[in-house]
Design a protein around this ligand. Structure first.
Ligand SMILES: C[S@@+](CC[C@H](N)C(=O)[O-])C[C@H]1O[C@@H](n2cnc3c(N)ncnc32)[C@H](O)[C@@H]1O
Length: 319
């Protein structure tokens, strides 16, 4: 990992533990419901929520639905709220500190892998995707939500970026995950095929100034920007208020703020019984999923030679 990516992750942790993510998460509960609905979740399934935050959008509702849930996040400071919420909701979740780019779980461990606006903040998209694919069972699926770059939240992040130093080298834009072609570029080499749906979440406040006050107190990126900008903060605040007015769907002085997002469902496209390609050298042909040809096949070998053989074998079968 480059120093830039490492620095970015340290900053991410500081950012999301600033403010009060748990309050922010309440605004996007309907997104969690839409993502769960897109995932064909069944009771008893073993699931992973990557970048779970305080758990209220995927981990806890999935536990309430009878799934066996692991909620993982780079920012364990958020787990106090997560634990409290899980107890209140009566859902059992295993909370694990974990970077999306180095998930501390075995291959093929989960029936469903989720992320609502979490994995998108890992700086190296292909690395995070390959980790999520590695821990997902071959017959499982990865379901995520990401902000649309041209939507209101995308615009908010871009406005914010104008006031802050550029991200370090080697850090990909989180908003790229909201572009279908980018998601295809990242996932397809892993043998995944994708389906997409676009939706809008609405956030309501009595007025634009109340929305601004709520956001600058609870939303980590704004809390950090306010602290860093000092005298320039009112300028950013005015820009964000103007942006809110532009997007506002209410006409009575209140705010109904549309947040456009993309749901991506990724499933392995190899036919049952054939090997799936891996970017990781760790598991090439998982037990129970032997390749369709004679044994022993080179793609059952571990390490880079096995990986290359597996990829070659896979592509020769599907093309
Ligand atoms: C916008 S919050 C979303 C939280 C949660 N999924 C939700 O819907 O409420 C982004 C989350 O991603 C986490 N995150 C950022 N970078 C990460 C990484 N590299 N690995 C895992 N989690 C990360 C943050 O700590 C934060 O909890």
């Amino acid at each position: 990992m480059t120093d830039g990516a490492m620095m970015f992750k340290q900053r991410q942790r500081a950012t999301w533990s600033a403010g009060k993510w748990d309050r922010m998460a309440e605004l996007i509960v309907p997104v969690g419901q839409a993502v769960l609905a897109a995932a064909d979740l069944e009771p008893g399934m073993v699931i992973l929520d990557v970048g779970t935050g305080s758990g209220s959008n995927i981990s806890i509702p999935a536990a309430q639905m009878g799934a066996k849930v692991t909620g993982s996040d780079l920012t364990p400071e958020l787990f106090d709220d997560a634990r409290r919420r899980a107890v209140e909701a009566g859902g059992e979740v295993d909370w694990v500190e974990a970077d999306a780019e180095a998930l501390p779980f075995p291959d093929n461990a989960f029936d469903r892998v989720f992320s609502t606006f979490g994995h998108m903040f890992a700086p190296r998209h292909a690395v995070a995707a390959s980790e999520m694919a590695r821990v997902c069972r071959p017959d499982g699926q990865i379901t995520t939500s990401t902000w649309a770059p041209e939507g209101s939240t995308g615009t908010m992040f871009k406005t914010l970026a104008k006031y802050l130093p550029p991200p370090p080298e080697g850090v990909e834009s989180p908003l790229a995950w909201g572009i279908e072609d980018h998601a295809r570029e990242i996932y397809e080499p892993l043998g995944l095929e994708l389906t997409f749906s676009h939706d809008t979440n609405y956030v309501e406040f009595p007025s634009a100034s109340e929305q601004m006050a709520f956001m600058s107190e609870n939303f980590g990126p704004l809390v950090m920007a306010k602290a860093a900008l000092g005298d320039r903060w009112p300028e950013l605040e005015a820009d964000l208020m103007a942006m809110t007015e532009e997007w506002n769907a209410a006409t009575d002085g209140s705010v109904r703020f549309p947040q456009q997002y993309l749901i991506t469902v990724a499933r392995f496209k190899y036919p049952h019984g054939q090997v799936r390609p891996r970017r990781h050298a760790r598991s090439i042909a998982p037990a129970g999923y032997p390749c369709a040809t004679d044994e022993p096949h080179p793609c059952r070998r571990r390490g880079p030679a096995g990986m290359a053989a597996a990829k070659h074998h896979y592509w020769s079968m599907v093309q």
